[in-house]
Ligand binder design. Sequence first.
Ligand code: UTP
Length: 220
Amino acid sequence: MKIALSVGGSILDDIDYIRKLASVLKKISRKNKLYIVTGGGKTARKYIDICRSFGANESFLDDVGIDATRLNARLLIAAIGNAYPKPATNFDEAIIGGKNFPVVVMGGTHPGHTTDAVTAMLAERVKADKLIIATNVDYVYTADPKKYRNAKVLKKLTADELIKIASRIGGEAGSKSVVDLLAARIIARSKIKTFVINGKNLSSLKNLVEGKKFVGSVIV
Ligand code: UTP
């Protein structure tokens, strides 16, 4: 099976967790081809904020963010061991890397979107059987659960519902949708079987890959 996996930068913040994640991914890669995209997390935010204070423009700041996502990709490559040895910088390179290695890891590609969108595009390019978005919340919610207590869990939703949520939440200052709007649109057009799980829940990740019961949302 081909699996595209987005690992949110916010969960790549703890060495012990990265080690455990890498060991689970290595096991998964014995039976599956893994295409992983890492987010930029705290490192991206830190460097973007500093460069912004120097007056850098937004697309420059996006490139700073992309550099951080690639640094996190290197971190995961080092931890996994049997992956393509460098962060793929575009989809063609990821496809070529995937011919020779069981795991390919990449970060961002171009200014203007996030690694969610990169993972959805990569899933489309490699014709992934599953797109898994490993983030820091357990499910897709109707609103940002970190800001709104009455946000409702959506265990099953359509790609069109995901687009609506991403456009609504993306427009509120400081709120974060679990998936960005471009990613939601690509998921809708490609009809990729997509799952959103909490990346810290490694047994859920294993179960999902093995087709067993898992904690998370399915986009149908
Ligand atoms: P992330 O994908 O990590 O963004 O990329 P995010 O969603 O804000 O963060 P987390 O990881 O889910 O918490 C970090 C930044 O890098 C730039 C964007 O500025 C993004 O906010 N980026 C990333 C791009 O411009 N293009 C890309 O392809 C990827």
